[in-house]
Write a protein that binds this ligand. Structure first.
Ligand code: DQA
Length: 144
């Protein structure tokens, strides 16, 4: 099966964006890392990044018939988007929420996630390694 790895706004700038917070790894590096991990577990990956909320909703809908699980870093939409939460709830696929930074050490407005209540697991503050951990989690819970 295929794991949908979904990245939200500004994550296309990973590697150059606030490197003190998010590190120097690019999203292309993350894609390679996540894909290698997935392949080692017998899964494929489908990578989507968008800066647009509705595109992320559409990608989640698309996963219903094409993916066995979802890894999502919704970026700032994490803290604002009822629409993304509702989309995840609607498709009901096993879902892992990832944040590169430890959002709980940061501004108050980053402490609440609309998505966590509909995620099976949440990985926060592990850096880009969090994507790999998320795929390993799905690998343990999903049939190939
Ligand atoms: C983030 C944390 C969010 O608060 C922020 O808006 C992001 C990235 C993270 O991966 O640490 O864009 O999701």
């Amino acid at each position: 099966g295929t794991v949908l790895v979904l990245n939200g706004p500004n994550l296309n700038l990973l590697g150059t964006r606030e490197p003190g917070v998010y590190g120097n790894t690019t999203l292309a590096d993350v894609q390679e890392l996540a894909t290698q991990t997935a392949h080692s577990l017998g899964f494929g990956t489908h990578f989507i990044q968008s800066n647009h909320e509705g595109d992320l909703v559409d990608a989640i809908h698309g996963a219903q018939n094409s993916a066995v699980g979802i890894v999502i870093n919704a970026g700032a939409y994490t803290h604002t988007s009822v629409a993304i939460r509702d989309a995840l709830a609607a498709v009901g696929l096993p879902t892992v929420e990832v944040h590169i930074s430890n959002v709980h050490q940061r501004e108050e407005f980053r402490h609440y996630s609309y998505l966590s209540a509909v995620a099976d697991a949440v990985i926060v503050g592990a850096g880009v390694h969090g994507y790999e951990l998320a795929i390993r989690y799905l690998g343990r819970t999903l049939p190939q």
